[in-house]
Design a protein around this ligand. Structure first.
Ligand SMILES: [Zn+2]
Length: 474
């Protein structure tokens, strides 16, 4: 019995090879419920490390990841500009016939106000089908899922056409000099890849029904611009036309009234095209108006009022968010200042844009200063006609039964650094209920949570995508 069983294994392999079954189909874990249990264990362990940034003490989370990976015999390396803010790189080797696939996720989280949380923010409490904690959807979900994919790949010994690299990076939430910027500038060969999968997408459910998957393929570029108004100082009892407060206020009002030019790129064009196909007629008509370009005024106005994110998606946007000036009521100040948060389209020509801004302000008393700050580099959108996007799109269809919308995020992610280096990068994520953010449970919110079911589905989806992209094809 035993002998014949042994003999049958090579026979089975031959049979499978003859049937042309690929690695992907052979390697599916036999016991998904054990995988679910393990995913949850690692996820909760990661959530329980307080990696709030600032100060961003990512080391305990990285030590945990390293120990789990090494226990399975996966090679890891640590790169740290600051000892307590390390980045971890793990690599599974392929035969080199394709360039590597990078799985990137950040281990730091934004700060919390513990008083606002029902469950302590680093408790990873499970309740009612959810896991609560800072980082549950930004970005320890991606950390845990990438970890699981690495473990499953190693255990199932799948032959790979390309290296699969896992980068658990520090500092995404505002300290990129210790994380992605450091890795790109000083250790790029460790993470260089053809494709990257990271945060920034999701599978959106509304009213309990899955609507679409979103894959982030590009993002806007943050710019900080200061307006400095200068006038003559004087006694408040004698008003002056040159009052710097008045000039600054007028400049801001002009900017607020300025509808910056609308422009689509490959991503946003496909986004509106596809969104129109799954929207009620009235909404679809607005998306199609935007695609046609002409007669889009009413649609744009509607977005400005009711869908500000879509409005921002169409243009380089300006939000005046800081203003200062004056120090006592009876003194006309000689200088006042405002800071604008400008989110540029990926292909924006900033010097030209600032020239337009100057014309809109139309006031020689206002100086426009491009302020340095934590910024991310601009790069063209990742392309849709790539193997990676097509695999993601097909997997979203298979796992969730819905269409994929490529998206340009209005906020910034660390993929900007990778796109600038030529890595085609795609933001993915778990299923989320669109009602959850407005209820205050989203990323960066006063509470944060994920559906347990969403985590488990994300693990299966991720595994499937990585196998499709990396497992040996013949
Ligand atoms: Zn994030």
């Amino acid at each position: 019995m035993r002998l014949s069983f042994r003999c049958s294994i090579p026979l089975l392999v031959l049979l499978l090879a003859a049937l042309g079954l690929r690695g992907a189909e052979r390697a599916t874990p036999a016991n998904w419920s054990a995988v679910d249990e393990e995913s949850m264990r690692h996820f909760q362990a990661l959530l329980r490390f307080d990696t709030s940034d600032p100060p961003g003490n990512e080391k305990p989370a990285v030590d945990y990841l390293q120990q789990v990976l090494q226990a399975e015999g996966i090679e890891t390396r640590i790169f740290a500009k600051l000892a307590h803010r390390p980045n971890l790189v793990a690599r599974l080797r392929g035969n080199g016939s394709k360039r590597p696939l990078l799985l990137m996720a950040h281990t730091d989280v934004v700060n919390v106000d513990p008083k606002k949380w029902k469950h302590p923010p680093f408790s990873a409490t499970r309740e009612g089908g959810y896991v609560y904690g800072r980082g549950t959807v930004d970005d320890k979900d991606n950390v845990a899922v990438a970890l699981m994919t690495m473990l499953l790949l190693k255990r199932s010994n799948v032959p790979l056409d390309r290296d699969v690299i896992f980068l658990a990076e520090a500092g995404e939430e505002g300290a990129v000099q210790y994380g992605i910027q450091f890795m790109v500038e000083e250790h790029f060969s460790e993470i260089d890849a053809e494709f990257c999968l990271a945060e920034g997408g999701s599978v959106v459910r509304t009213g309990g029904k899955v609507q679409y998957g979103s894959v982030q393929t590009t993002e806007k570029i943050p710019n900080r611009i200061r307006l400095v108004a200068r006038g003559v100082a004087g006694h408040g009892s004698v008003p002056l036309r040159s009052n710097a407060v008045v000039h600054l206020a007028r400049a801001i009002a002009n900017i607020a009234d300025w509808q910056t030019p609308m422009r689509l790129n490959e991503t946003t064009r496909a986004f509106f095209e596809r969104l129109a196909t799954i929207s009620p007629p009235e909404e679809a008509a607005r998306y199609r108006a935007v695609l046609r370009g002409d007669e889009s005024g009413a649609a744009q106005e509607y977005f400005a009022e009711h869908a500000p994110r879509l409005h921002s998606t169409l243009r380089t946007s300006i939000s005046p968010n800081m203003i200062s000036g004056g120090y006592r009521v009876n003194v006309i100040p000689s200088e006042t200042e405002a800071t604008l948060d400008v989110r540029a389209l990926p292909d924006e020509d900033m010097p030209k844009f600032i020239e337009q801004l100057r014309q809109v302000i139309n006031d020689p008393a206002i100086e426009i200063v491009r302020a340095p700050g934590h910024s991310r580099p601009g790069a063209p959108p990742s392309r849709l006609n790539t193997e990676a996007f097509e695999v993601l799109e097909a997997a979203i269809k298979r796992h969730y039964g819905v269409i994929t919308l490529p998206t340009m995020s209005t906020g910034a992610t660390d993929m900007a650094f990778l796109r600038q280096k030529g890595i085609e990068s795609f933001g993915i994520g778990p299923m989320i209920d669109s009602e959850d953010g407005p209820k205050g449970f989203g990323a960066h919110s006063d509470q944060e949570r994920i559906l347990e079911e969403a985590l488990h589905k994300f693990v299966r989806f991720h595994w499937d995508v990585v196998l499709e992209l990396a497992a040996r094809k013949n």
